[in-house]
Design a protein around this ligand. Structure first.
Ligand code: HEM
Length: 427
């Protein structure tokens, strides 16, 4: 197994410190905006303008196709849900990154309707609950947790954000795809650079994008020669049934695109979400003790963390024809921002929504999305967090926040959230 998993590599801090990540992405927001967003939501569920413009914050554009288009933002649960469930009126194609010669760049994430359904059906078996609980757990997650916990046992204190949460998902996804664990940070760094993160000059961006593709195409070639029991081999064997076309396998480019999406979605989300769950539990020690004593509560604790603060705060859709949302007229071609964390703290749906409380009545939230694009990796993310949090609870029954450090808080950009740090005492 990879040595990088436990190494003191400075790249962990460069890539997996929430504040540094946001600064590199140029969307860091220093002041907490929760109250200002709540005031806007109380005024109206949908506003004309981007949320950042309404909060007087600098704009941050993730989607090149959205540049220059009229913008709206949805802040209530009902408005966000209505958009997420209606891909005829509100299209995901806005997330496409135009690339010369590339019809698609973001795999299933940028598709709608029957095309999306067909590709999603092809990928779905890899992520079914049973596969997450058995194949992913036995193949990659449990071994990674075991080694990380053994590493922590050599210490009395730790920053669980950097020493634990950062490492488990990126090593799981890298090795599950079929790469060596030692490639985990190289791949993530190249991906971040390819998106221009960290003020990378354009030629370096292009080289990084090619590096990401080259890594995955080389893996596809290797598995064509010698198949293995991993995600890339299963993607290569997946059957695609597009309406009106004969059933076929995915092309190498389609395998590469969706493998890249899976690597990126898996290597940068569960990290922050596991940290948010730990922050919620450790800041409420009586809830931590209850979950420690009864591990069947872990899924509730994880779902409440995704409700309380989803690490992925913003998704966008393109308006496909003139329409109204919550009484606001939106012209065809405009962009609607869906602020999941505003929706998940909608007081018309949750009492004291600002509190982390896994005991609250279970109702749908939007932390993993909803509708056609609901997180495909949800079961895997759950299993990583169940194994990861359970492994910590088994090994360190007295785990607590380190009183020698300031209390951790949620930080980052509005678009991606995570804990400032997770300094703990282990023994
Ligand atoms: C706790 C961690 C995670 C959170 C909060 C999260 C959240 C989300 C959300 C909100 C969406 C919906 C996007 C939209 O509606 O446009 C989504 C989609 C997706 N997620 Fe996750 N995700 C997480 C972990 C993962 C993991 C571990 C994987 C892969 C192993 C993954 C793979 C995907 C993929 C492939 C999609 C696109 C699905 C589609 O377009 O049909 N996610 N995720």
């Amino acid at each position: 197994m990879s040595d990088l998993l436990l190494a003191d590599d400075p790249l962990y801090e460069e890539l997996y410190d929430v504040r540094r990540e946001a600064e590199a992405m140029r969307n860091y927001v220093a002041e907490d905006q929760t109250d200002a967003i709540a005031r806007l939501r109380a005024q109206a569920p949908v506003h004309a303008g981007s949320l950042r413009s309404l909060l007087n914050l600098p704009e941050h554009e993730r989607h090149p196709l959205a540049i220059g288009k009229p913008r709206f933002c949805a802040l209530s649960f009902d408005a966000c849900e209505e958009v997420l469930r209606d891909s005829k009126r509100f299209s995901s194609r806005i997330v496409h990154h135009p690339n010369p010669g590339e019809e698609k760049s973001m795999g299933v994430l940028e598709m709608d309707g029957p095309e999306h359904r067909a590709y999603r059906r092809a990928l779905q078996p890899i992520f079914l609950k049973h596969n997450a609980e058995v194949w992913w757990r036995h193949g990659w997650i449990d071994k990674t947790v075991e080694r990380l916990v053994a590493g922590l046992k050599q210490r009395k204190t730790a920053d669980l954000n950097l020493h634990y949460c950062a490492r488990l998902p990126v090593h799981t996804i890298t090795t599950a795809i079929g790469l060596s664990g030692d490639a985990a940070l190289e791949f993530r760094l190249a991906w971040m650079k390819s998106g221009g993160v960290g003020r990378v000059p354009p030629e370096e961006q292009r080289a990084a994008a090619q590096q990401v593709e080259a890594i995955l195409f080389a893996l596809i070639e290797a598995r064509r020669a010698v198949p293995a029991d991993d995600v890339i081999t299963r993607l290569m064997a997946s059957e695609l049934a597009l309406p009106g076309e004969p059933v076929r396998k995915l092309t190498d480019r389609e395998v590469m695109l969706n493998a890249r999406l899976i690597m990126v979605a898996g290597g940068g989300t569960t990290w922050r979400q596991m940290g948010i769950t730990l922050l919620g539990l450790l800041s409420n020690p009586e809830q931590y003790a209850e979950v420690c004593a009864d591990r069947s509560l872990l899924p509730l604790a994880i779902e409440e963390s995704a409700r309380w603060c989803s690490n992925s705060g913003l998704f966008c859709r393109e308006v496909m024809h003139d329409t109204e949302l919550a009484g606001v007229f939106m012209p065809k071609g405009s962009v609607i921002e869906l602020w999941l964390n505003a929706a998940n703290r909608d007081p018309s749906r949750w009492d004291h929504p600002e509190r982390y409380d896994y005991r609250r009545p279970v109702v749908n939230h939007l932390g993993f999305g909803i509708g056609q694009h609901r997180c495909l990796g949800l079961n895997v993310a759950h299993q990583e967090m169940i194994a990861g949090l359970g492994g910590l609870m088994d090994a360190f029954p007295n785990l607590r926040l380190d009183p020698d450090y300031p209390a951790p808080f949620i930080t980052g950009g509005l678009e991606q959230r995570g804990p400032s740090a997770l300094r703990v005492v282990l023994d």
